[in-house]
Design a binder for this molecule. Structure first.
Ligand code: IYR
Length: 222
């Protein structure tokens, strides 16, 4: 790559006490984040959704192709259409397609085929993964590590939503091909997550769950 396409990294070393403080504060904030299925219908300004998408889109990605499209829907008719289609699929999943091994881990979370959040939440953000891209020569070429890239972007989007005082839910209706049709996305875009965003309902509930301890999720070789 030509030398002139590089710039100096903007970075300042922090005092180590501040590093520790920031690390602890961020964990405390992130540990309070919960996924809820119960949303208020209270509107959320588009500017906040734009800001969260901009945060998500800062994610690192394979070859910096940023292989994602965030489709943000507040139109009530489109949301209703998406809910009807999702519930139709989910009814089949819950009644016929879901094996016992899956059912047993979902049972404590209390999920079912009814998806009120899709019409209650003021925004539905659908994250589409782009499996191909348009090359400069006009041909379609592959993207790289698009699943990993979109997973990271989703995580950063979710954190932005939490940090601004809103809630979201990572909903994976399955199969979710209907989203490409309803939202009129091209064939090389694949819906990955539906994230309703809004304020929690007054009586919003969350499952009583515990997170794995550091020892359970990490191994240090020193
Ligand atoms: N897609 C279904 C089932 C479901 C699957 C998992 I894994 C969850 O963590 C939660 C739900 C649904 O959305 O209900």
């Amino acid at each position: 790559m030509a030398e002139e396409s590089f710039i100096q990294l903007a970075w300042n070393e922090l005092p180590s006490s501040e590093m520790e403080e920031r690390a602890a504060e961020l964990f405390e904030s992130m540990d309070c984040r919960r996924t809820t299925r119960h949303f208020s219908t209270k509107p959320v300004p588009k500017s906040l959704i734009e800001a969260a998408i901009k945060c998500g889109s800062t994610a690192p990605s394979g070859a910096h192709l940023q292989p994602w499209t965030f489709v943000a829907v507040s139109n009530p008719e489109v949301k209703a259409k998406m809910r009807a289609a999702a519930e139709e699929e989910e009814r089949k999943t819950y009644s016929e397609r879901m094996p016992d091994s899956w059912r047993e881990v979902l049972e404590p979370l209390g999920t079912d085929a009814v998806k009120e959040h899709m019409t209650d939440a003021p925004w539905l953000i659908v994250l589409f993964r782009q499996s191909r891209r348009l090359r400069k020569n006009g041909e379609m070429g592959p993207t790289y590590y698009s699943t990993e890239s979109c997973g990271i972007a989703a995580g950063m989007f979710i954190h932005a939503i939490h940090n601004m005082g809103l809630v979201t839910l990572t909903h994976t209706p399955s199969p979710m091909g209907f989203l490409r049709d309803i939202l009129e996305r091209p064939e090389h875009e694949h819906a990955m997550l539906v994230m309703p965003v809004g304020y929690p309902a007054d009586n919003a509930m969350v499952p009583k769950l515990e997170r794995k301890s550091l020892e359970e999720v990490a191994i240090f070789l020193e």
